[in-house]
Design a protein around this ligand. Structure first.
Ligand code: PMP
Length: 456
């Protein structure tokens, strides 16, 4: 594929011509990105032949692991048979069968599937659905979205508008009048001496207060990730999900559960909303694990009751939301094969079985004084640096993510650094021995970072 182009020249082309997502603009055209050449299972190999464990599983997405020849065969067959057809007036078996399959797996009356190109476009579709429904119901003012600090929902204009991570919109414009943010729900950030139960009451009260302040007739939706993953694997206190859903129902506010990370196995279930947190939302967005990252695809799953409120007697009203690649047949085949592999190889059962070992190895890192909090669920984990580690400077503590990233990289482990945190979501097929391999490298890296921080 590279036609013998030298690594140095490729690097030059990459710097000069490719705009990478989340590029650091102060180092524009200076950063070197790590060229990865191949992958198998939970491992990646770079251009020098060095092997890495993929700690973040791509971007929380490579659930069945890399290098599946059966995925390649299914995808190739569909490319040869029918690579594309317009979603205007035609349909294909893969998209029809996938829609039925997702409807069967999704909770409650979430039976209606709109295919998108990824997570951001699924979130965009969910929010536009809320606009459409409220316009159809003759309540055009009921459009404000309640979202949460540290929430991440994507990079389109609307999805970034409801994203609560400041860094992600520092120089971009967003539609501020469309959204209100609730403060951090992270139990780790609760005041000293406050119980988790009281924290939950306070967080639920934040939502109630916001609704009272803005007015329920102005609020169209509440959007929430079951676990705020990109915000640092923040797990809201127990009972929070059910109580916030009840409040939304009381005020006829749509509850959008953004399961872009948590659906398709990350917590050992197809969907976390119902099976893990006991709620049936009005809309679920998903992507990532739907195809295990083999091809881009997302879905916005809408309940029957919302659909009923969107359809009416008016003629010539189109649901004018669509993409050239909506319901792309090759991507739908990749999703179907991915789900088939997960079913045949009992990957959800495996995830549930391996979770206690993964979580106990994660929590064993508390022996490192530089670690402030360890949290996780299923095959999701986060290490957060201690804010007041004795003998360390604030600057170094802020860099914990970067230092850990560097130390892990040297040892052949990729992690995802986030300021003073590092997050993990390895492929779900990881074995117990591989979990150990990963944590041996991590502990070794933490030793090095501890020494570095002490001498900083
Ligand atoms: N929602 C959540 C919860 C996500 O984690 C992400 C991506 N990290 C998105 C939406 C956006 O998905 P995509 O990058 O596929 O557009």
């Amino acid at each position: 594929m590279t036609n013998g182009t030298s690594p140095d020249l490729l690097n030059e082309w990459d710097r000069n011509h490719q705009i990478h997502p989340w590029a650091a603009m102060d180092a524009w055209q200076e950063s070197d990105y790590h060229p990865i050449e191949s992958a198998e299972g939970i491992y990646l190999w770079d251009a020098d032949g060095k092997r890495y464990i993929d700690g973040p599983g791509g971007m929380w997405c490579v659930n069945i692991g890399y290098g599946r020849k059966d995925m390649a065969a299914a995808i190739a067959e569909q490319v040869i048979r029918l690579p594309y057809t317009s979603p205007w007036t035609t349909t294909t078996d893969p998209s029809t069968i996938l829609a039925k399959k997702i409807a069967d797996l999704a909770p409650g009356d979430l039976n209606n599937v709109f295919f998108t190109t990824g997570g951001s476009t699924a979130v965009d579709t969910a929010l536009r659905t809320m606009h459409f429904m409220n316009n159809a119901l003759g309540r055009p003012d009921k459009k404000i979205v309640i979202a949460r600090e540290k929430g991440y929902h994507g990079s389109t204009y609307l999805a970034s508008t409801v994203t609560g991570k400041e860094r992600d919109k520092s120089r971009f414009d967003v539609e501020k009048r469309l959204v209100r943010f609730l403060p951090d729900v992270n139990p780790y950030k609760r005041p000293d001496g406050m119980s988790v139960e009281d924290w939950c009451d306070a967080k639920v009260a934040d939502l109630e207060d916001m609704i009272a302040e803005v007015g329920p007739d102005k609020i169209g939706a509440f959007i929430a990730e079951p676990i705020l993953c990109s915000g640092g694997v923040i797990i809201p206190p127990e009972g929070y999900h059910k109580r916030t859903l009840e409040i939304c129902r009381k005020h006829d506010i749509l509850y959008i559960s953004d399961e872009v990370v948590t659906a398709f196995g990350r917590l050992g279930h197809w969907f976390a909303s119902e099976d893990v947190f006991g709620i049936v939302p009005d809309i679920i967005t998903c992507a990532k694990g739907l195809t295990s990252g083999y091809l881009p695809l997302g879905a916005c799953i809408i309940s029957d009751s919302v659909m009923e409120r969107m359809t009416g007697p008016d003629e010539n009203v189109l649901f004018s939301n669509g993409y050239t690649y909506s319901a792309h047949p090759v991507c739908c085949v990749a999703a179907l094969k991915n789900i088939e592999i997960m079913e045949e190889e009992r990957i959800l059962e495996h995830t549930r079985a391996i979770t206690p070992h993964f979580q106990s190895r994660l929590h064993a890192l508390e022996k490192f004084p530089i670690v402030g909090d360890l949290r996780g669920m299923g095959l999701l984990g986060c290490i957060e640096g201690r804010p007041d580690t004795p003998g360390t400077s604030l600057a170094a503590e802020r860099k914990l993510g970067a230092l850990l990233d560097e130390a892990c990289d040297k040892r052949g482990l990729l992690v995802r650094p986030l300021i003073n945190m590092a997050v993990f979501s390895p492929p779900l097929i990881i074995t117990e021995a591989q979990v150990d391999e990963m944590f041996v490298l991590l502990e070794d890296a933490l030793e090095e970072v501890t020494a570095q921080m002490a001498s900083d």
